[in-house]
Design a protein around this ligand. Structure first.
Ligand code: PLP
Length: 392
């Protein structure tokens, strides 16, 4: 029996590390091993690499290098922004309400929930429409009640929907609130110019744009007061204690540089592959409806509700056929609960258990897409047949 073909369509969960990124990181696993905080030349070499990475990232974000804080992942970056802004507001006796949306990643949702449950922070969740776009009227009302921070995801991991951040930032600022965005899915694809976006804080994670897992960053606008959520040494201006991961920081900067140098070709390829998937699925599967926004969506992202199909069972069938997909965010794999995000945009419990996410990447080819479409059609037919037999 020959090996099964492998088709990876889960780039929103993680991407393979670009070989050019691996090459850039290699010296920092070996010859450049000094602690970047050490005063001797072993330390200075590592420190130089980190500061070069910071300058490079700042160029892409259009900010000062001193406004870039390196973290261990996107989750940590979200935590630092939300806890840091909330704690700082409370400490200074300022309004400390937190405003967010029902379609945030759990890194934001669970942080906001915990601040509410353990520390009595007022929290408000602003509704979204059926495409996952923030209700601007309700967002304005929520900000008018004053607060510390609004945290709104730039592009949804489950729906692909992109928010109008410049508008939301203007509204939040109009009421004296800070604006944070979880831009983890947007990194490598969408505009990250923090001036244009108008945000005070922005979170990224390298493994979504062909960098290594376990490294991220927070853009923190100069002058914004934040109480660090991790205490220890004075690394990252005291905002994020802990010895730097030199190799991964270098890798993240290299991956971000490549993503924006090659942005036009990458996005053209992503859109072509994504649209083949969307049209193929809507043509071939009568049970399928697109979820998320039809136009304002990530170039790499296709998502659907497959009415009457159990998404977890479908994932298993696809996996057996060699196709990697997702029924929601990676953190929910194997969790039979309906997707909170799909419930958040108004889908029923049953529909929220029928979500399918396919996300394309640099290596995705037309052949991959047609193989995945065939595998999907076969799996959906099989599951439909089983369901009918069980109902008899
Ligand atoms: N935010 C979003 C939107 C994500 O998709 C993810 C990862 O899936 C995260 C945050 C967490 O990032 P990390 O895996 O680096 O902790």
């Amino acid at each position: 029996m020959g090996a099964i073909r492998q088709v990876y369509l889960d780039h929103s969960a993680s991407t393979p590390v670009d070989p050019r990124v691996i090459e850039a990181m290699l010296p920092y696993f070996g010859e450049v091993y000094g602690n970047p905080s050490s005063a001797h030349r072993f330390g200075s070499r590592a420190e130089r690499a980190i500061e070069d990475a910071r300058i490079s990232v700042a160029g892409i974000l259009n900010c000062q290098p001193s406004e870039v804080i390196f973290t261990s992942c996107g989750t940590e970056s979200d935590n630092l922004a939300i806890r840091g802004a909330g704690w700082s507001a409370r400490h200074r006796g300022k309004p400390s309400r937190l405003v967010t949306s029902p379609i945030e990643h759990s890194a934001v949702t669970n942080t906001v929930d915990q601040m509410g449950a353990l520390m009595d922070f007022d929290t408000e969740i602003v509704p979204v429409d059926k495409f996952g776009a923030i209700d601007v009227g309700k967002f304005t009302e929520a900000c008018q009640s004053r607060g510390a921070l609004a945290s709104i995801i730039y592009a949804s991991n489950e729906l692909g929907t992109i928010q109008d951040l410049p508008l939301l930032s203007r509204i939040a600022h109009g009421q004296g609130m800070l604006m944070h965005t979880d831009a983890v899915q947007a990194g490598g694809q969408l505009d990250l110019d923090v001036e244009r976006l108008g945000v005070d804080m922005l979170s990224l994670s390298a493994h979504k744009f062909y960098g290594p897992k376990g490294v991220g960053l927070l853009y923190l606008k100069d002058g914004v007061e934040l109480a660090p959520s991790q205490s220890g040494g004075s690394h990252e201006h005291g905002m994020r204690a802990g010895t730097h991961n030199t190799a991964f920081i270098v890798g993240m900067a290299k991956a971000l540089e490549l993503a924006y140098e090659e942005n036009d070709e990458r996005l053209k390829h992503f859109r072509q592959m994504r649209d083949l998937l969307i049209h193929g699925i809507l043509d071939r599967l009568p049970c399928a409806a697109l979820s998320g926004h039809p136009d304002r969506r990530l170039p790499s992202h296709a998502s659907f509700i497959l009415h009457g199909i159990d998404a977890n069972a479908l994932m298993m069938h696809l996996d057996m056929a060699g196709v990697a997909a997702s029924s929601g965010s990676a953190c929910k794999t194997g969790n039979p609960e309906p997707s909170e995000i799909l419930l958040g945009v108004g889908y029923s419990e049953e529909e929220a258990k029928s979500g399918l996410r396919l996300s394309v990447g640099l290596q995705s080819s037309e052949d991959d897409i047609s193989y995945a479409l065939d595998a999907l059609e076969t799996a959906v037919e099989k599951l439909g047949r089983l369901k009918r037999e069980m109902a008899r």
